[in-house]
Design a protein around this ligand. Structure first.
Ligand code: ZN
Length: 160
C-alpha cells in the first residue's frame, strides 16, 4: 500500500546530521507511527514519505526550513531554575523541560547558574540540516477515530 493522505505509516528511522553523526534512532525500540497529511511530522520528511510503500527504504535530506526551522538568536532567555525540570546537576548543553503557561516545553540550557539558567527555546534541531534513513514498516488506512483526532492511536501513537 502506498503512503498518501489519511494513511497511518509505521517506520524506523535513523537521524544524522550533515557530518553523518547519529542524533536519534528508533532502531532497537518500537517504530514510530504517524498520520500522513496531518502535520504530525516535519514537512520535509512528510513530503519524502509520499508515494513510498511498506518495505521501502530510502534516505532523505531535510533543510532547516523544511525541518525544525531556523535558529532564532532572540530565543535565548534567563529563567529561574525552579521553572526547569531536570535530574542531578544542571549543566550547559542539557536538554530539559521548562514549565510555561502553555505546558511543558523542551529547551536547551546554554548557561547554568545557582538560581537562574540561560535557556535556548529554539527546538534542539532548529537550524540543522537533517539526514534521515527511513524504513517503512507498514502502511494502513487510518480509522475514522484517528482522522477525527488527527493523530495515530495505538503502538507508536496516542494511548487514550
Ligand atoms: Zn486521539
Amino acid at each position: 500500500m502506498k503512503i498518501g493522505p489519511d494513511t497511518v505509516v509505521t517506520f524506523h528511522y535513523t537521524l544524522r546530521d550533515e557530518s553523518g553523526a547519529e542524533l536519534e534512532s528508533s532502531r532497537g525500540a518500537d517504530p514510530a507511527a504517524y498520520l500522513h497529511g496531518a502535520n504530525n511530522i516535519i514537512p520535509g520528511l512528510e513530503s519524502a514519505m509520499t508515494g513510498q510503500s511498506d518495505g521501502d527504504t530510502f534516505t532523505t535530506t531535510v533543510t532547516p526550513a523544511e525541518g525544525y526551522g531556523l535558529r532564532d538568536p532572540d530565543k535565548v532567555q534567563r529563567v529561574p531554575i525552579k521553572h526547569l525540570s531536570f535530574k542531578g546537576k544542571l549543566s550547559a548543553g542539557d536538554v530539559v523541560q521548562l514549565s510555561t503557561d502553555d505546558g511543558m516545553r523542551t529547551v536547551t540550557v546554554t548557561k547554568a547558574g545557582r538560581h537562574t539558567a540561560d535557556i535556548d527555546t529554539n527546538h534542539p534541531l532548529a537550524g540543522q540540516t537533517l539526514v534521515f534513513d527511513i524504513e517503512v514498516s507498514a502502511v494502513r488506512d487510518a480509522t475514522a477515530e484517528e482522522l477525527t483526532h488527527r493523530h495515530v492511536h495505538g503502538p507508536g501513537g496516542h494511548q487514550h
